[in-house]
Design a protein around this ligand. Sequence first.
Ligand code: F6P
Length: 328
Amino acid sequence: MGQLMKRIGFITSGGDAPGMNAAIRAVVRTCVAHGVEAVGYDRGWQGVIEGASSHFTSVDVGGIISKGGTMLRSARSEEFRTKEGRAKAHESVKKDGVEGLVVIGGDGSLTGANIFGQEFNFPVMGVPASIDNDIPGTDFSIGFDTALNTAVEAVDKVRDTAYSHERIFVIEVMGRDNGFIALDVALACGAEAVLLPEVPYSLEDIRQDLKQMRNRGKVSSIVVVAEGAAEGDAESSSIKDYLGQVEEFEVRHIVLGHMQRGGSPTAYDRVLALRLGSKALEMLISGSTQQMVGIEMRKLVYHELYDVLTWQKMLDPEKLALVNLMAQ
Ligand code: F6P
């Protein structure tokens, strides 16, 4: 298929993820290589609604590959959830002469892209970027590897002090609806237990396990808790209080929070972002629409956005079994 577009737009939307800047760089420079004008919108879909656009040259994206966050900034737009908001966004891209959009973001942003594309028959391509790694149709989303390594570094440090003081630490990591970060952090840090939103758990069982480990001579323990497994009555501070009932155990709790979303992207995330961003742009200008690019078994793939948004990414039960096995 030949090249069909002269001017495209791009946004970063939803929770920011390290590597978004590398994806922006890939989109812009691939545009330049194909003689396509690149128009970036500030603050995700909200910026499209408000017409917050600017033209990007190759020079504009120099030096951003190693930077965390997103130079375009990001937002979760409530207005875009309404039909009126999306109509404003459509007027805005038409006014700018933008013929297609690359949307770099998580499942909410890609859902928005799918609806927008269908409602206005407007070409859209999705690039999965979210530290949560919960987007189906790709083994990895941009930002996950960096967030994982950030969390692992923090938990390793906590392990040092946990050992010195013979304490239990309850450590909450991000993941509102899923435990992908938590599970890999638990494996990589040798956690004694992990609590995931997808898997029912009993605090009493965990307390008994920790007690037995203590009796076997394990002087410190790390319990990794995904944000989504630590809500309501089971907030991580309450989990800490509950586990604190283990005789002679002192328990502390930490929420790692948004530090996991920042920082310079790992080499893996940079390379992934460049590959996905460039491919999405090439597909868009060749006439593809309503697709998301991804990586499976190390190869670039693409899937219908509709399919991606109806699938569900599942935790690997073998990984969970391995956490428990390694804690013996
Ligand atoms: O989706 C990424 C994520 O970091 C989740 O893990 C977390 O629950 C959420 O965003 C936090 O969102 P906000 O920055 O709006 O508080």
